[in-house]
Design a protein around this ligand. Structure first.
Ligand code: PEP
Ligand code: MN
Length: 356
């Protein structure tokens, strides 16, 4: 439930409503708006009796929230959330590109790829230091050394860095070195990790579980927001189906549904959805066409030698092509924003061809 305060409500009246909500055993979350404050009522299991609060001074309206997720929903916050990360941002009416290898393998490898993607239009660099691998015998990532390399990449290229956190034990370390904390598909419902992410000072990129419904995914985001971290970026990365022509099946319909249900920005990772390089550019174009705020893709200068996910990693020049094509599709829907966020401003239109 949302208690909407009058435009002229005083801070004392807001405090009194908060106290009344808490006295009933609920949590109150004031949400300042442009015109007026709204106070979200949380931690209620069932419907809340509106008459408890409708008569309090300064209260203008009571709006029931029908969704199981509250802080994440558009009912709570109608305006789009923009997540700012250093010089970049996600969800601000511009298309954000996150690119880099699956895993950080060495300083040379990371810097080579980072420079290549920075020059070709990436706004953030990605790379795993702690890797959740299906087999315990596969490369598990460089751990802290990988995080130090990521910090070096940021220093050299100016790109903010995104990296995955796998557990609560290493959370402080990952939080210290990274600009955006990724929670992977296998951890989407790791509730202690989500709660720790809620207390985190950095934005969280929350991937959809490979078998999660959209409601479950948004409830996972609710855990993070409920902990006090409002900077959540959702990432669709494909779900598991019977199909064998791709590693997962990219659920593009999730994008318009999430945009309708939630104010949080949503990006798409076509690399893990496809598992194959040849599908990544077409799926990227489609993702932008259905309304993604950004794309996260794996890029490697020598994919044949990559220690993980080489088969789905693009060559740097393919990333350039992806960037330019995706940007021109984005510009069709957002002509007023055209190219304004691209480091290669103005070139996107010229370079883009929509052929394969
Ligand atoms: C990744 O982005 O490196 C990754 C492991 O992705 P996912 O959690 O989507 O499999
Ligand atoms: Mn990968």
């Amino acid at each position: 439930m949302l208690v909407v305060m009058d435009k002229k409500a005083t801070p004392q009246q807001v405090d009194a409503v908060v106290a009344a909500i808490e006295a009933r055993g609920y949590a109150a979350r004031p949400i300042p708006g442009g015109q007026r404050v709204a106070i979200g009522v949380l931690r209620n299991d069932g419907p809340v009796d509106a008459s408890l609060f409708s008569g309090l001074e300064g209260v203008r309206d009571i709006i029931p929230v029908t969704r199981p997720y509250k802080l994440v929903s558009r009912e709570f916050k109608p305006d789009d959330t923009v997540v700012r990360v250093g010089s970049a941002s996600v969800g601000n009416g511009r298309l954000t590109f996150i690119a880099g290898p699956c895993a950080i393998e060495s300083e040379d490898q990371a810097l080579t790829i980072a420079e290549a993607v920075a020059e070709r239009g990436a706004h953030l660099f990605r790379g795993g230091a702690f890797k959740p691998r299906t087999s315990p015998y596969s490369f598990q990532g460089l751990g802290e050394e990988g995080l130090k390399i990521l910090a070096r990449v940021r220093q050299e290229t100016g790109l903010p860095v995104v990296t995955e956190v796998m557990d609560c034990e290493t959370f402080d370390l990952v939080e210290h070195y990274s600009d955006v904390i990724q929670i992977g598909t296998r951890n989407m419902q790791n509730f202690s990790l989500l709660r720790r992410a809620g207390r985190c000072s950095k934005p969280v990129l929350l991937k959809r579980g490979m078998a999660a419904t959209i409601d479950e995914w948004l409830m996972a985001a609710e855990y993070v927001m409920e902990g006090g971290n409002t900077d959540v970026i959702l990432c669709e990365r494909g779900v598991r189906t019977f199909a064998h022509h791709s590693r997962n099946t990219l659920d593009l319909s999730a994008v318009p549904v999430v945009r309708k249900e939630s104010h949080l920005p949503i990006i798409v990772d076509p690399s893990h959805a496809a598992g194959r390089r040849d599908q990544v550019i077409p799926l990227s174009r489609a993702s932008v066409a259905v309304g993604a705020h950004g794309l996260m893709v794996e890029v490697h200068h020598a994919p044949d030698q990559a220690l993980s996910d080489g088969a789905q990693s693009l060559y740097p020049d393919q990333f350039r092509k992806l960037h330019d094509q995706a940007q021109s599709i984005f510009d069709i829907f957002h002509p007023e924003e055209s190219g304004s966020f691209s480091p290669r401003k103005g070139q996107a239109h010229e370079a883009a061809t929509l052929s394969h």
